[in-house]
Design a protein around this ligand. Structure first.
Ligand SMILES: Nc1ncnc2c1ncn2[C@@H]1O[C@H](COP(=O)(O)OP(=O)(O)OP(=O)(O)O)[C@@H](O)[C@H]1O
Length: 229
C-alpha cells in the first residue's frame, strides 16, 4: 500500500538528510508505529506519503503509484484517499461536531443526502453519539480527537496517517483513542502512526519501524517502543 524505495530527503539549506536511503514496504491493512527521537524523520516520512514534500532521491509509492510522478491536479485525489489526524486536533472552531465531519464530505462534492446519512453513522462509530451539535470548545481533548478521527475516516480512506494523535491526551483517554484506531484498522484501513508514547506502543504490539537520524534502525513485527528480544 505504501512503499519507500531508497528515499532520501534533504531539506534545502540543511547539511544532513532528514531521511537517508529509507526503504520500507507497508501492506494493505497493516498497523504500523513509526518511532524515534525528535528530529529522527517521522514527520518527514508522513509528509512524503501525502506528497506534502518530495524526496531528494528515491521513490514513494502509494497504492501502486509513484506519487511524485502524479500530475499536480491528481494530488487532491491522492489525499482524499488518505485520512490525517494530528496531535492538535485541528478542528474548525466555529463549526459543530457534525459540521466539522460533514465539511470533509462537502469539499469533495458528496451529496447532502449522503452526508445526512454518513455523518451520524460515523459519529456513532467513534463514540460521539449525542454530541453532534456540540462546539469543539465544549468537548474534552479525547472527544475532540474523536471528532478529528471521524472527519479523517468519514470518507473511508485506504490509509489513515496519525502524527502523535495521543500527544495531548492523558493515558486513559489515549487508550480509548487507540482502541478506536484499532477498530478503524480492522475495517481494512492501513494505519501509520508516528508516536513517542511508549505505553501505547508496548501495549498494542503492532509493527514498529524505528528511525534514528533519518535511517531505519529497526523494523519489527509486534514490537515494543524500545528494542526487546
Ligand atoms: N521544513 C523543513 N526545513 C528544514 N529542515 C526540516 C524541515 N522539516 C524538518 N526538518 C529537519 O528534518 C529532520 C527530521 O525532522 P522531522 O520533523 O521529520 O522529525 P520527527 O521525527 O517527526 O520529529 P518530532 O518527533 O519532533 O516531530 C530534523 O533535523 C528537522 O530539523
Amino acid at each position: 500500500m505504501i512503499r519507500f524505495e531508497k528515499v532520501t530527503k534533504t531539506y534545502p539549506g540543511t547539511g544532513s538528510p532528514a531521511l537517508d536511503q529509507v526503504s520500507v514496504d507497508i501492506e494493505k491493512g497493516e498497523f504500523v508505529f513509526l518511532v524515534g527521537q525528535s528530529g529522527s524523520g517521522k514527520s518527514t516520512a508522513l509528509r512524503l506519503m501525502l506528497r506534502e514534500t518530495r524526496p531528494t532521491s528515491g521513490r514513494v509509492y502509494v497504492a501502486g503509484k509513484e506519487i511524485n510522478r502524479l500530475a499536480s491536479w491528481k494530488v487532491p485525489r491522492l489525499r482524499r484517499q488518505i485520512g490525517t489526524v494530528f496531535q492538535d486536533f485541528r478542528l474548525l472552531p466555529n463549526k459543530s461536531v457534525a459540521e466539522n465531519v460533514a465539511f470533509a464530505l462537502q469539499v469533495i462534492g458528496r451529496s447532502r443526502t449522503d452526508i445526512r446519512q454518513v455523518v451520524p453513522a460515523t459519529l456513532d462509530l467513534v463514540g460521539l453519539e449525542g454530541k453532534a451539535d456540540r462546539m469543539p470548545d465544549e468537548l474534552s481533548g479525547g472527544e475532540q480527537q474523536r471528532v478529528a478521527i471521524a472527519r479523517a475516516f468519514v470518507n473511508r480512506p485506504m490509509i489513515l496517517i496519525a502524527d502523535e494523535p495521543t500527544g495531548n491526551l492523558d493515558p486513559a483517554t489515549s487508550v480509548g483513542i487507540m482502541k478506536l484506531l484499532d477498530r478503524i484498522n480492522r475495517t481494512g484501513t492501513t494505519v501509520v502512526m508516528a508516536t513517542h508514547d511508549h505505553g501505547i506502543v508496548d501495549q498494542m504490539r503492532k509493527r514498529v519501524i524505528e528511525l534514528e537520524d533519518g535511517r531505519v534502525v529497526r523494523d519489527q513485527a509486534r514490537g515494543a517502543y524500545g528494542f526487546q528480544h
